[in-house]
Design a protein around this ligand. Structure first.
Ligand code: DC
Length: 203
C-alpha cells in the first residue's frame, strides 16, 4: 500500500456509509474519519448559541466527543450549518490532512470524493431508498432510547437529503468516477463485501 491511500465514502443520511467505512477501515487497518461528526459538533454548538462560523473555526477534539452528537437535533443542525461556505472552508484542511496521513485513511461524508479528496484512490457512493434508510435509522435510534416515530425519521431523512443535495456549496452527489453501492436490498455484510471487492480492484 502507498504511504497515503485514501478511500472516500460518500452518500446520503443513514445509507450505511458509517458502518461500511468502519468495517473497511478495520479490515484494511486504515484510520477512519466520520466527517459528519465535524458538522454535527458545529451544529450542536450553534444550538447553544455559538455562531456557526466561529464554532467551525474553533472546533476542538473535545467537541467531537460530546455525547449528544448522534441525535436528530444535532443531525438537523449539522445539515443547516453545512450549507455555509465559511463553515465548510474551516473544516477542509483538517479533513485533507487526515486523508493524506501516512498509512492511509477512510473518510466518509457527503463531499469527500468530489471536493475534499478528488484524488482519492477509491471513491464509493453508498445509497439506499429513503424508506429503507429511515427504517434503519429508526431502529438505531429506538435501540438507543431516542424516541422518534418512523414517520418523523423519514421526514428528517428527506429534509436532510433535500438540503444536502441542493445546496450551492459541495452538494451531495457521486463523484464522476465513484462506484455506486445501493444498499437497499443488501445486508451490512453484503455491502461491506461489495465495498472491499471494489477496493481490492483499485488498490
Ligand atoms: O453523515 P452525517 O449524517 O453524520 O452528517 C450530518 C450532516 O452533516 C449531513 O446532513 C450534512 C453534513 N455533512 C456535510 O455536509 N458534509 C460532510 N462531508 C459530512 C456531513
Amino acid at each position: 500500500m502507498t504511504a497515503s491511500f485514501t478511500i472516500a465514502i460518500d452518500g446520503p443520511a443513514a445509507a450505511g456509509k458509517g458502518t461500511i467505512s468502519k468495517a473497511v477501515a478495520e479490515a484494511l487497518d486504515l484510520a477512519h474519519l466520520d466527517t459528519g461528526l465535524l458538522y454535527r459538533a458545529v451544529g450542536a454548538k450553534t444550538l447553544e448559541g455559538t455562531p456557526a462560523i466561529e464554532a467551525a473555526r474553533t472546533l476542538t477534539a473535545e467537541d467531537l466527543e460530546r455525547g449528544d452528537l448522534r441525535g436528530p437535533e444535532a443531525a438537523q443542525a449539522a445539515s443547516k450549518v453545512a450549507v455555509i461556505a465559511e463553515v465548510r472552508a474551516a473544516l477542509v484542511d483538517f479533513q485533507r490532512a487526515f486523508a493524506r496521513r501516512a498509512g492511509g485513511a477512510v473518510l466518509d461524508g457527503r463531499d469527500i470524493g468530489t471536493v475534499i479528496c478528488p484524488q482519492a484512490e477509491v471513491k464509493l457512493f453508498v445509497t439506499a431508498s429513503p424508506e429503507v434508510r429511515a427504517k434503519r435509522r429508526f431502529l438505531e435510534l429506538s435501540a438507543k432510547g431516542l424516541a422518534e416515530t418512523l414517520e418523523e425519521v423519514l421526514a428528517d431523512v428527506k429534509a436532510r437529503d433535500e438540503r444536502d443535495m441542493n445546496r450551492a456549496e459541495a452538494p451531495l452527489k457521486p463523484a464522476e468516477d465513484a462506484v455506486i453501492i445501493d444498499s437497499s436490498t443488501l445486508s451490512i455484510e453484503e455491502a461491506v463485501t461489495q465495498a472491499l471487492k471494489v477496493v481490492a480492484t483499485l488498490r
